[in-house]
Write a new protein. Structure first.
Length: 85
């Protein structure tokens, strides 16, 4: 959620975006995701958690529409414990 807050400051929009949460297993994969987004021209904001030594813990993209969404097709959706997803 921290990176989401940072992205709303960086990429203001007049429309209400849909939120999709994806997950990666570890920091290495998070770094790979950031590189993939950069390579594909997707803007994003990183969040570094001050409570754990400023570790890179999350990122949020600019609002994505149309073909830009395809960049995320290989990412796993985050699963909720109580939602059976």
């Amino acid at each position: 959620m921290h990176s989401l807050i940072e992205s709303t400051k960086a990429f203001p929009t007049s429309t209400h975006p849909h939120l999709v949460f994806c997950s990666v297993r570890d920091t290495d994969r998070l770094n790979k995701a950031a590189k993939k987004l950069s390579k594909n021209g997707i803007k994003f904001k990183c969040f570094y958690e001050p409570d754990i030594g400023n570790q890179f813990t999350s990122l949020a993209t600019e609002p994505l529409r149309g073909d830009k969404r395809r960049v995320l097709k290989d990412f796993q959706l985050m699963k909720g414990e109580n939602h059976g997803t």
